[in-house]
Design a protein. Structure first.
Length: 454
């Protein structure tokens, strides 16, 4: 069979499987699998994990199980051993999702897959349940007679950054050993543009608490000389960016340049939904700011809500901060720099407490080898155009654990997520054609990688 005829045959099989893909994603989105028992019952993650395990067994893998990790989450591991002399590929994904945030901002039901204007909406539709469906569809298209070994690991707490699977891999290095690792938690530069992600930013998450008073005080009787904890927190947070929007953590460079593919400003404004007339921040290019420089984001603030607030000076306030760091920046040093900056800039000698919530190193993948060559050829065949490369502002700490644990494995990052998916935000969605083309690419990759390794 020629390469063209094999591609055509697999393309037809994947297309025929798309109704099943939609059914799969409908079920997956219905699980409220936020790995935080303060927000959703743990049973939702348990149900999602068991569904994933059962689905991959039904798709042709011969054994699957749920493995408890050190943070209490369950990792799904399914496998089909390699024939003698054949390589093994590990396919990664995660079944936990971000909380829905403001449910009132959703235009469709959060936990119900809804088709609208050709896209499929729902929390996790892209990140990362769409990638689970990508893996499933690729394996179904190939059938049970796989020419190489395949393992799947589906993480259960990736969005919380609590490191359960990272510690599990370190403690069980032989369980997931593979020749090539496909991280299905990224995506294309744009829909229809096949893309391999080569760099990820690392991250440091901290919770900052500012305390100034024994309790709230009447703002008329005491406001003025009384140290307002909320005002202190606001002033402290303002020191983390300059007037241009550059992140300004003392001790962290913020002038790096991105030398790879550029992200056009007009396209970024559309992708990010920047309102008309609002300026982008930072004095670098979009690619510089996204992929090459540190970025500090205030994820949340504990303070009285506007509705129901009283005329009172606040005694305490908290904020959750996320510092993204580019490759080349040590996360421990970044954490120390952030703590030192916050301590040096706390106004009025207010009492400051800083709790480290999570930390992860940046990552840079290799760009050569038989698996990479096979994947580039597969993406080109599936999309009808050559693959490109990009950086990504997100963090996947597990990539560094994989790289350290399996130094000979080729690691590649791709998936169904593209900018208009709005992952982590209200109205998350996925383009089903991305699931279809990426599933085809993955199926072609598994076949051609087996042949090139034979």
């Amino acid at each position: 069979m020629t390469d063209d005829s094999r591609t055509a045959e697999l393309r037809a099989k994947v297309a025929a499987l798309m109704p099943q893909a939609k059914t799969d994603l409908t079920q997956l989105v219905s699980f409220k699998s936020v790995a935080d028992p303060r927000q959703f019952p743990p049973a939702e993650c348990e149900r999602a994990a068991q569904w994933v395990a059962d689905a991959f067994v039904a798709a042709g893998l011969t054994r699957a199980g749920l493995h408890e990790t050190p943070d209490g989450s369950k990792a799904v591991i399914a496998a089909r051993p390699a024939p003698p002399g054949a390589p093994t590929v590990l396919l990664y994904c995660h079944y936990d999702v971000q909380p829905p945030l403001d449910s009132g901002a959703w235009r469709t039901p959060v936990w119900e897959l809804t088709e609208k204007n050709g896209r499929w909406y729902g929390r996790g539709a892209a990140d990362c349940k769409g990638n689970i469906v990508m893996h499933l569809t690729a394996l179904r298209a190939l059938g049970p007679d796989l020419p190489l070994g395949v393992m799947v690991v589906a993480e259960g707490s990736e969005e919380q950054g609590t490191g359960g699977l990272e510690r599990f891999v370190e403690a069980n290095p032989d369980l997931l050993r593979a020749d090539a690792i496909v991280i299905g938690d990224c995506g294309n530069f744009a829909a229809g543009v096949p893309t391999l992600t080569e760099t990820l930013r690392g991250s440091v998450n901290v919770v900052v608490t500012v305390e100034t008073l024994a309790g709230p005080l009447h703002s008329g009787m005491f406001g003025g000389p009384s140290p307002d904890a909320l005002a202190a927190l606001i002033q402290l947070l303002a020191t983390l960016r300059d007037e241009h929007g550059n992140t300004t953590v003392a001790g962290l460079p913020n002038d790096q340049r991105w030398s790879g593919v550029q992200y056009p400003e007009d396209q970024f404004r559309v992708d990010a939904g920047v309102l008309r007339g609002v300026e982008l921040v930072g004095d670098g290019t979009v690619a510089d700011m996204l992929w090459a420089r540190p970025a500090l984001t205030v994820l949340g603030i504990d303070a009285p809500p506007v509705v129901g607030s009283t005329g009172a000076v606040q005694p305490s306030a908290r904020a959750r901060l996320n510092l993204r760091i580019p490759p080349g920046t040590d996360p421990e040093q970044a954490h120390k720099a952030l703590v030192a900056h916050l301590e040096a800039n706390t106004p009025w000698n207010a009492q400051l407490t800083i709790e480290l919530e999570g930390i992860g190193a940046a990552f840079r993948s290799g760009n050569g080898g038989p698996a990479r060559e096979a994947m580039e050829a597969a993406l080109a065949a599936a999309y009808g155009r050559a693959a490109t490369t990009q950086g990504q502002g997100g963090s996947i700490p597990l990539c560094n654990v994989f790289a350290d644990t399996y130094p000979d494995a080729e690691i590649m990052l791709l998936g169904v997520e593209e900018p208009t998916c709005l992952i982590h935000a209200p109205n998350e969605s996925v383009d089903p054609s991305e699931i279809e083309r990426m599933a085809l690419a993955e199926a072609l990759f598994l076949l051609t990688y087996a042949e090139r390794s034979g």
